[in-house]
Every structure is written in structure tokens, then in C-alpha cells.
Design a protein around this ligand. Sequence first.
Ligand code: LMR
Length: 400
Amino acid sequence: VFAGLAQAPEDPILGVTVAFNKDPSPNKVNLGVGAYRTEEGKPLVLNVVRRAEQMLVNDPTRYKEYLPITGLADFNKLSAKLIFGADSPAIQENRVATVQCLSGTGSLRVGGEFLGRHYHERTIYIPQPTWGNHVKVFALSGLTVKTYRYYDPATRGLDLKGFLEDLSSAPTGAIVLLHACAHNPTGVDPTIDEWEQIRQLMRSKSMLPFFDSAYQGFASGNLDKDAQSVRMFVADGGELLMAQSYAKNMGLYGERVGALSIVCGSADVAGRVESQLKLVTRPMISSPPLHGASIVATILKDSEMYHEWTVELKAMADRIISMRQQLFDALKARGTPGDWSHIIKQIGMFTFTGLTSEQVAFMRQEYHIYMTSDGRISMAGLNAKNVNQLADAIHAAVTQ
Ligand code: LMR
């Protein structure tokens, strides 16, 4: 019955890994998917995560029972505290409904579905460009997806004017997807002053912010600093949605750990919102998985383990920053035409190089370097051994 089915295209990001795995070259380098690698090019399980797992395994009182539909209660509370801050007025006033979800994507999907069912305005504005999966997640949630200008290729920086103009002409009450920090794919974030302008405009138009926080701790190396944008929108007393992922900042990629929080107008509303979120989750996944959320809760509730986590997280962020400098220096040393200062200015896991899809294809063909066709490089995949290969490839691509 499926004989007439067309072959679906590979995912623009995860498909890069599929192509990489098929390449027999011993010199191949995968700079596609945003997943941390050590200086030796290996995946990393944080020490604090290993410790938490040991504690969980050795605890004879732990079973494998189903979690409630909303997930692990401790995990939810601690996740809200992590992003909104322990002294957040919304938390103190019990106005936050948090449910455990399948990492960032699952949190966005549950939030999108909830908005599609219960929010009066069905249009969501996402930045141009954004993480490719956003479009699909929200379209599947029954929302109309439109874009706002975000990135200016000429300056390789924020197009604040375009951003504000596009929000100004969007309908009152529209949903606006915002990257909390370390914007994917551009590595360009608004400054605090720029966030304030965005916040004022959005609140004056009663727009609903939907924050995606996949990189808390990866932008500055400091968890609180990376939550500043979000906290500004909570401090004004308004409502918002927040999707959190622990894939990158705790290295829990495959465990699929995340949370959706909805900041509401009152505790009473938050209770009803939570009851409706359960109706979204139950037919989708029944209830979320236990193991990863238990790891996160174990770490977040113990001050010593929490501290160890922040040190390990900062080490990952710092290694990426040092790779930015090394790549920039390597291109300078080669006299590669163009201004490459954006490599050191952009933040988070990615550099949005400005390379064209033809140049990306050339680098894959000639140098076995794999990246997404929009010219995004995952800086986390670079190390002292492959940075020169990348610099050679970029140099050849722009001078060919
Ligand atoms: C990325 O952008 O590379 C990551 O968020 C991984 C993914 O799922 O796309």
C-alpha cells in the first residue's frame, strides 16, 4: 500500500551526520549538529552527570514506575528556578505551570499545541533565520508561522530596525518566538538595551513571548547572565512561555530532558493551564521519561553538585571561545579574503560564517568537512587538530 510513497529528504541538520557517517575518509570532520566534542573530538559525559547516575543506580528505593503526566515534580520546580531565578516573583506567587517534556523540541511542541488549542491568536513569528525545526514544530501545532527580520548579512549582526518594524506591523497579541540566548544559527543576540526595546514593543502590543532556551550557560558561561532576557520579561509581570532543554548545557542529548513553563497571571490560572497541558501530553507521550529528569534534579538540588556542574559547563563554553580565536587566527595567518571578526564576536555553539551553500558543498567534497548548507559551523566540533584543516578549506572555498 505504500508502493507509491516518495523518498523523504534528510533533515537539514541531522542529515549532515547521516552523510558524514557514510564518508569513508579518515580526515572527515563533522561541524553539523550542535553537539559538544572534547579537544580529542569525543562526545563528553560530564563528571557530575556520571556521579548523579551512580547515586541513582545505587539507591535501592528507586523504582521504574511511571511518572505523573506532568513529569518529575522536583525537576519541574528546579527547572523553573534555574531559568527564572530563585527570587522570581512569578515563582514566589505560584504563577508558573511547568511540565516535563522531551527536551527542547518536545517543550516547543507541547507549548505550540497548547497555544493552538487555547490561545486566541494563531500566528507565531519566528526569527529569520532560525533553527530549522521551529517551522515544522509550530506548523504541526496548527499555528500559522511567519518570520520577522533578525539578522543583517551585511553587518553579520542584529537587524534591530527590521526586527522592530516587523513586530510593529504584526497583529496585536501575536506569539513571538525568541531565542533566550546564543541564537541558533547566527550566534547573534540582542544587547540588554535592545532586549528592552523589544520587550516594550511586545508588551505594548500584548504579544505573547515564547522563549526557546537551548543554550543557557553556553553564551556567557554564566547561567544567570544567560537568563537575563527571559527575566526581564518576567519582571514586568506579563505572561510568557518558556521551553528549556538540558541537551547541551548538561550534555544530556539522547536522554531528551526538557521543560515547558507557562508564566500565568495568577496561581489560579496556572493551575488550570497545567490541567490543560496534561490533556496535551497524555495522548502524545502518556508521561515523560524518568532517568534524565532524575539526573537533572539530583544535580540541581545539591549545592555542591550544582557548583561542579557550573564549572564543567564553563569549561565547555570556554573551549568553544578559544576555538573561535584559533579559527580567526588561522584565517588571518592565511590572509583569507574577507572580514572574519564575526567568528570571535558571535556567541554560543555556532558561527554563522556567511559561506554560501556552494562553498559548503565544495568544502564537503574537497576537504571532507561537514556543516549545514546555510554556512553554520558547530564550533564545538573544532579542536587544535582540525582547525587548520577547516581554515584551509575556507580559504580554498573563498579563493577558488
Ligand atoms: C542543532 O541545531 O544542531 C541542534 O539543536 C540539534 C538539532 O536537533 O537540530
